[in-house]
Design a protein around this ligand. Sequence first.
Ligand SMILES: [Ca+2]
Ligand SMILES: [Ca+2]
Length: 267
Amino acid sequence: MKKSYKILIAIILIYAVIMIIFVGIPAIRKNNNEKKGTYLLVGNVSRWEYVNNTWQSITDINSVLSNNLFKCYDDGNYLGEFEVQYYNDIWYLFDKNNDSRKLSSSFLATSSAKEIEVIDLNNIMTNLDQVDLSYVNKVLEDNSLPSATLTTLGLQNKITFDFDGDKQEEMLYTISNWYDGQSQDKIYSFVFYVDNNNIQILREDIVDKIDMYDNHQYPIVAILDTNNDHKYEFIISEDKLMQGMEQCHIMYQLKKGQFNIIKSCDE
Ligand SMILES: [Ca+2]
Ligand SMILES: [Ca+2]
């Protein structure tokens, strides 16, 4: 073989190796990342996946659990990334030594190629004060309900947080008179959002006192950024007191300043 051919072949080989290293391998990695699904496990009852630009219930939970590690949170505390399994109505995580740990019903877990930021609610959730009560009473007045005081609201939580990333904090409220409203004709629960004094009611349930066991409460269970856009989604639980097993979860996402449901109880 002529020397010039050998040089040509050597150049082609070197070029091929360079292309594989700098183009081929990153492309395979990218492809694998894109193939990895996005999953959320919320409490004992909700197992969601992001498919075709919507959140849906996972169809093959066993396959998802055996093929993915999950970032696990329990009562708001980050525990790490683990394999998780569900036995006899309880979530367990397994560490590298296959030692297991039981998780509470306020368990949350995420698995995604992109980081899903989960906010610690312990630092931003508070009870209501008199200023908050003015928002509550506006909501009640608009629904022809009598005014509340801080003592008639058995469930009252406020989250103060910059949901939309504009460096100003908004407020998210969940309230109910279920526990302490027995002297009132109507039993009610509301979830509402206040951005710059504008109130947006996101969830409401108003029943006659005789039907109080049908009334839902809506505790806020998570704030997280599922799509990495630095605008934050949140999840509420839809609970009926005395019927704990019937709970389900609803997820909301901001669009043009309004929170909309992106995962309801029914889908
Ligand atoms: Ca904001
Ligand atoms: Ca987001």
